[in-house]
Write a protein that binds this ligand. Structure first.
Ligand SMILES: O=C(O)CCC(=O)C(=O)O
Ligand SMILES: [Fe+2]
Length: 226
């Protein structure tokens, strides 16, 4: 589970919120698959709306270019982000995200390996609305600052607790990774993070760094499936 701090700048968050305040929202149940529909109670911005498409594309471009997102998810495909809104009393009970998702208006499908929530509301403006994820170490409850995001394995059970005051707006998306094995993906992420911090360390031995870089790329070559 990885927090991406400041994925969006304050200005970008404000722009997203301003646009989302003007676009039509539909019942979130319409896009839930199978059992998830029974526990889903939120609103979802109309994905056919031109302004919503524009925001989704802007976020998509941002994700594909973000070094930490790329390092953690090794994305091959990213689902066009959706925008959801939980008003007072709204909630999304425990569910697992569908393993295979059809990318709207295309013939392509995506296997969800990693799920992402980008928090767009200032956390001091709403109560409740925590994203709770079941992990091997118990439940983790997450409420990020506006503009920050959480990336977590799509295989996990998760829920959004009821909003008891205010309104929670977020963008959500799913990624198919070039490396489907979660454990290997995590290990590659750790290796890359170490390499990146050595690159920024002026005392690091250049030859050793080149060797680590070489190892990282050969591991990607070995484990990625395109
Ligand atoms: O809003 C969130 O943080 C997560 C929503 C969710 O789990 C979903 O739409 O599948
Ligand atoms: Fe979900």
């Amino acid at each position: 589970m990885i927090v991406i701090d400041n994925l969006l700048t304050a200005d970008e968050v404000q722009h997203f919120r301003q646009v989302l305040a003007t676009v039509p929202f539909n019942d979130g149940k319409n896009t839930a698959m199978g059992m998830a529909a029974g526990v889903k109670n939120n609103g979802q911005a109309d994905a056919q709306d031109q302004q919503v498409k524009h925001l989704a594309n802007a976020l998509l471009a941002k994700l594909g270019n973000h070094p930490q997102v790329v390092s953690a998810a090794l994305p091959q495909r990213i689902f066009p982000p959706c925008f959801n809104r939980y008003s007072e009393t709204q909630t999304y009970g425990y569910h697992v995200d569908a393993a295979i998702m059809r990318i709207p208006n295309t013939a392509d499908v995506l296997r969800s390996d990693m799920s992402m929530t980008v928090f767009l509301s200032d956390p001091t403006t709403y109560e409740g609305g925590e994203l709770v994820i079941q992990t091997g170490f118990g439940e983790q409850s997450i409420k990020c600052a506006e503009g920050s995001a959480i990336l977590y394995p799509s295989s996990s059970l998760h829920k959004v607790t009821p909003v008891t005051q205010g309104e929670r707006i977020a963008a959500i998306t799913w990624m198919q990774s070039m490396v489907s094995d979660q454990h290997i993906r995590e290990t590659l992420y750790q290796l890359d993070q170490s390499i990146q911090s050595l690159i920024n360390n002026t005392n690091a031995n250049r030859q050793e760094l080149d060797r680590l870089h070489h190892v990282y790329h050969n591991l990607i070559r070995h484990f990625s499936v395109l």
